[in-house]
Design a protein around this ligand. Sequence first.
Ligand code: PLP
Length: 370
Amino acid sequence: MNVLNHESPSRAWVEVDLEAIAHNLDIARQALPDTELMPVIKAGAYGHGLEPVARRLDNHGIAFFGVANAGEARRLSRAGIRTKPFILGPSFPEEREEIVLNNWCCTISTVEEAAHFQQLAAMYDKTFLVHVAVDTGMGREGFLPEQLADMVPLVKAMPNLKVDGMMSHFPSADEDVPFTQNEIELFNRCVETMQPHFRLRYRHIAASAGELGYEIPAANLARPGLLLYGIAPMASIYDGVLRPTLKLSSRVSLVRELPPGHGVSYGRTHVTAAPTRVATIGIGYADGWNRHLSGKGVRVYINGHYCPMLGRVTMDQIMADVTHVPFVQPGDEVELIGPHIPVTEIAALADTIPWEILTGLGPRLPRVYR
Ligand SMILES: *Cc1c(COP(=O)(O)O)cnc(C)c1O
């Protein structure tokens, strides 16, 4: 494969299937016909590339793009994206002027934050729309439910601030069903407390896992992330329906025969038991191929064969046993994540979650779009 690159030739790259992402968004839409959607594209669309993914989904009838911070929102607006960015986490004070000026949407978790937005909106003589965050169990942002009643009159008295929505976030939708069900009731009660005072156009609490498993009567907006990238966090009707969106590939740079008793890679954690044909492959932890994958039974896929990775992951290279592969030569493609090796398999071996593997794919890997 020929890849345009700042390096020549490409050692490793990521292929992204934008149509598959659009397909997965359609699946979410079909499953939730009465719910609006906020595709979550923070952290460079989970390694798939912020601007290309945003461009593909823009004008796709979506309410917002979920981003991490003002920097990502700015990148979207510079790329000419028309869908409004929604900044998911708390904003820093120094980000807020830009947020207000650009009418990006964000959350408030304290009356102090609200007052700062009010001050900035008054300075520019505009009405600024915010969503009230409520902490129903995540412990990361939001008013505690019992603080809402005291907050209401204070925020209502801020003439340039308009509360347009209310949001929360499940901490364990994929792990603790009873807790999550109680949380949904709590969220419903919070919405009821607020509705008489603010016209809550958007009410949202579910990410991918929450969308799959639960009825949430008070919500009318959902925030799918991982689901868009082809991974269902819970076994569900989505299994087999979602399409994989990303392939991580590298190339063999060298093939050598090593005698028995020869170490492979740093620390010599692997020592050959027999004569072994070893392929050196041009990817390493500096690309996001996590060093915690060392010695965990990871396999790569070369010329139609699974090949065990040998020894530790190094910064720019890994080694694999290709003794059983009839013909391998430098330049051959190596699949690390893709149709034969799901990212969930890699995440489990690294003792982490697919989100971290995807967002860890580094800037040194060129993205190639189909
Ligand atoms: C990241 C994030 C999401 C998306 O989560 P997925 O599990 O990837 O679907 C939704 N909401 C918030 C607040 C987030 O931080």
